[in-house]
Design a protein. Structure first.
Length: 162
């Protein structure tokens, strides 16, 4: 367990429930993507192999966390939203508390309102080639790129179907 901003968050964001080769079902075991995907929900993701995923901002992806995400004894995958792709510059936040991508504040109606005031800020970073910047919709409870840095694109193993 990890304590972030007063919340206890499971390190396992999702566990596999089975697949048909092209799609895989996952049970989400943390509040990281609330309100979009609630803890305990089951999502279906299109399976992608290394080199197949074409990153798009807004995608919700299942990925195998890199070592920068820390302790992961059960090898669980995680689920987060793509907010920046290779070459994008991302920072938090503008005067309205919005993520800034390539100099423009982003309207993100899916983000859970803050319970404790100010978001965790981070300095501008240009996402390197082959990496993604991933954030949870519940920013106060998410163990994401704002804490752990960009994630390799090839770590993405599924794209959640909406």
């Amino acid at each position: 367990m990890v304590v972030l901003v007063g919340f206890v968050v499971s390190l396992t964001a999702c566990g596999s429930l089975g697949d048909d080769g092209r799609n895989k079902r996952y049970e989400v075991s943390s509040p990281t993507m609330e309100p979009t995907i609630t803890e305990g929900s089951v999502v279906t993701a299109k399976v992608v192999k290394p080199g197949e995923y074409q990153p798009r901002t807004g995608d919700i992806v299942v990925f195998d966390p890199p070592d920068s995400y820390g302790w992961n004894p059960d090898g669980a995958s995680r689920i987060l939203r793509v907010v920046a792709v290779p070459g994008d510059t991302i920072a938090c936040c503008d005067a309205q508390g919005r993520i800034i991508r390539n100099g423009t504040g982003q309207d993100e109606p899916y983000v859970k309102p803050l319970a404790f005031g100010d978001p965790a800020t981070f300095e501008p970073i240009t996402v390197p080639a082959g990496k993604l910047y991933l954030l949870g919709d519940y920013r106060e409870a998410a163990n994401d790129s704002s804490h752990n840095g960009p994630v390799p694109v090839d770590n993405v193993i599924g794209v959640v179907k909406r």
